[in-house]
Design a protein around this ligand. Structure first.
Ligand SMILES: NC(=O)c1ccc[n+]([C@@H]2O[C@H](COP(=O)([O-])OP(=O)(O)OC[C@H]3O[C@@H](n4cnc5c(N)ncnc54)[C@H](O)[C@@H]3O)[C@@H](O)[C@H]2O)c1
Length: 331
């Protein structure tokens, strides 16, 4: 079991999920060493605002660094010989941007991931490597719900391919060096302090500004939307449940963190409209390259092993997001 005296390295700490996880752990007395390169993939002021909140905790230390830079990461690592847990959330996220800037994905998600694995590999007594995978690894799969037992070799975006590659690289390191590792396939995470490139944020912004919202596949999309607090609970569950290193198998497990409900996109939009008290202008468009039509997580293994149990339906989660959005943007 993780204790509050063990510092945890969280990469991508100024990002949506990294920030939310770090806030929760800091409030519970954990020591957090945070890393982020604060890149400008989306509004950097939001990343700085998250970081300012984290810096109000005395048990937080931050380094602005690129996880793909080996020597920079090595220097930071040597300053903290006590770190035995890594949560690697830094990545180039977003499916659509991977069609525009593929190299950003290779640098952060492939090079960055191997740099983090190498740090773990060379630390004597290292305890647990947790990293972000994605529901997008299920790609062209048609069997629902998506189960971690399913094969997933048909990525429909480079982003998905890099996340699957992360899982494979980690498997090889767990096999070779016995590094206890857990990969978490997040399903469309939303909530306060969320990512401006994701649907709930884009839709809210457009409705507030009387702009049309782009509804892909003519609204015939379904997503397993997962509220941020449930995701944080899932990551904490993983921190408390490292895979056993006592069997002959490589100590590496992969889990789905979803809400286990597939919501119609148009239904999701209705909740945003209701919370804002304003109608959306819909611009119906065909399916975008790289998108999957439907996602739904089978969370049986996460419930069993991580004590994971999502409790927030979109009817509760969307109003909480809208409340934060209005406060943050002073609307
Ligand atoms: N939000 C979701 O719905 C979702 C779904 C599936 C998977 N994920 C994965 O979860 C993780 C966190 O996602 P998020 O939604 O918080 O995204 P985010 O973009 O808000 O956070 C990622 C953070 O990593 C930082 N970063 C990027 N490249 C870096 C590098 N080379 N070195 C250091 N820092 C770097 C960014 O500045 C950013 O602050 C990512 O790995 C993402 O791929 C997210």
């Amino acid at each position: 079991m993780l204790t509050s005296s063990s510092p945890i390295l969280v990469t991508g700490v100024a990002g949506f999920i990294g920030y939310s996880l770090a806030s929760h752990l800091l409030k519970n007395g954990y020591l957090i060493i945070g890393i982020d390169n604060l890149n400008d993939y989306y509004d950097v002021t939001l990343k700085h605002a998250r970081l300012e909140n984290l810096k109000s905790f005395s048990n937080f230390k931050f380094y602005q660094a690129n996880i793909a830079e080996r020597s920079q990461m090595q220097q930071i690592w040597e300053l903290h010989p006590e770190i035995m847990h890594i949560v690697n959330l830094a990545a180039q996220a977003g499916v659509r941007y991977s069609l525009i800037n593929p190299f950003a994905y290779i640098e952060a998600n492939i090079m960055g991931h191997i740099v983090m694995l190498e740090l773990a590999r060379h630390r004597k007594g290292f305890k647990h490597f947790i990293y972000a995978s994605s529901s997008s690894v299920y790609g062209g799969n048609t069997k629902l719900p998506f189960s971690v037992e399913d094969r997933c070799e048909t990525p429909v975006s480079l982003y998905a391919a890099t996340k699957k590659a992360d899982e494979l690289m980690t498997q090889s390191y767990a096999h070779l060096y016995r590094i206890p590792s857990t990969g978490l396939r997040f399903f469309t995470v939303y909530g306060p302090w969320g990512r401006p490139d994701m649907a709930v944020f884009l839709f809210t912004k457009a409705i507030v500004n009387d702009q049309p919202i782009q509804v892909f596949n003519y609204g015939e999309m379904k997503r397993d939307f997962t509220y941020i607090d449930d995701i944080v609970k899932g990551i904490v569950g993983a921190l408390n449940s490292p895979p056993s290193n006592e069997t002959a198998l490589p100590p590496h497990k992969v889990y789905n963190l979803g809400n286990n409900i597939s919501e119609k996109l148009l239904n999701f939009i209705h909740y945003i409209e209701d919370s804002l008290g304003k109608k959306a202008i819909l611009k119906m468009l065909p399916l975008q390259a790289g998108d999957v039509q439907e996602s739904l997580a089978d969370i049986t293994a996460s419930e069993r092993d991580l004590n994971y149990s999502p409790t927030t339906p979109i009817s509760e989660g969307i109003p909480k997001f809208i409340k934060w959005y209005k406060e943050y943007y002073k609307i």
